[in-house]
Design a protein around this ligand. Structure first.
Ligand code: HEC
Ligand code: HEC
Length: 212
């Protein structure tokens, strides 16, 4: 076993002595449940320690913007984190301590939070190149405005931090994000670091749509 996995396991065991028997932390499928944003606000309290009350995370890319994201995208990511399909040792114990209903509720709540135009941006020097790449390789799935596709679990990228997206693309290309989309992987495999930088900066600058 990896040292990091071992450490994560220790944290899990220390924080929830017997999560198998506990009422929360069940392995049910939250995608089958309807989320309640009001209840989700309470669930989210513990999350705000890292993700902030605003859901905006950090421009340094360590924490993504979770605000306004499609609820089913958020749920899928939490399920993947819970199962280890997306490696996230820092958050693992929190993902494992939520019940399926709590996950659905938290996602519904995060979806109600607002985006900020002050998300982290790149140098601005290669945005034109980024736009070309985006329109050729990414638009068909993530949408012209970066709006994503709720029904297909495709994340909205508008308002996301430049450094977070750059890091995700880098990790996906290196095969380190196990839950990455297979068709997307084919597209980004040949990308250079400069391509990743350019497309991430373009996406970080996509205008934030006003919420209806
Ligand atoms: C100890 C810090 C920490 C806590 C507490 C935490 N998270 Fe996270 N979470 C992270 C990190 C770090 C990432 C990004 C991991 C990466 O870069 O791959 C993340 C990612 C996510 C994502 C995926 C977002 C995306 O765009 O793909 C969701 C959804 C999420 N967290 C929800 C929650 C919820 C709900 C809670 C509370 C029950 C919570 N988190 C508590 C650290 C934390
Ligand atoms: C075939 C459809 C498809 C194409 C093409 C595609 N993506 Fe994706 N992308 C996805 C899906 C689906 C996910 C979510 C994967 C998961 O569940 O973890 C994703 C995730 C991402 C993420 C991570 C978002 C987050 O919140 O963690 C980024 C960044 C991203 N895509 C950027 C791009 C860029 C840049 C391109 C073009 C170079 C691209 N994608 C092309 C389908 C696609």
């Amino acid at each position: 076993m990896h040292a990091s996995k071992m450490l994560a396991l220790c944290i899990v065991l220390a924080t929830s002595a017997s999560w198998a028997a506990a009422p929360s932390g069940d392995k049910g499928d939250p995608l089958k449940l309807k989320g309640d944003a009001k209840k989700g606000e309470e669930v989210y309290e513990v999350c705000s320690g890292c993700h902030l009350a605003s859901g905006i995370g950090r421009p340094d890319g360590s924490l993504p913007v979770v605000s306004a994201q499609h609820a089913n995208v958020l749920v899928k990511q939490m399920v993947d984190i819970r199962s280890g399909h997306r490696d996230n040792p820092t958050m693992l114990p929190f993902a494992q301590s939520m019940s399926a209903q709590e996950m659905a509720d938290a996602a519904a709540y995060m979806h109600t939070l607002k985006l900020s135009a002050k998300n982290g941006k790149g140098s601005g020097k290669n945005v034109k190149r980024g736009k070309e790449l985006y329109e050729k390789d990414c638009k068909s799935c993530h949408g012209a405005g970066g709006e994503g596709d709720e029904a297909k679990f495709i994340p909205m990228l508008t308002g996301q931090h430049f450094k977070y997206m750059q890091r995700q693309l880098d990790e996906m290309r290196a095969g380190k994000r196990k839950n990455a989309d297979k068709d997307m992987l084919k597209v980004i495999k040949p990308y250079s670091d400069a391509d990743i930088e350019a497309v991430s900066d373009y996406m970080a600058r996509l205008p934030i749509a006003k919420k209806k």
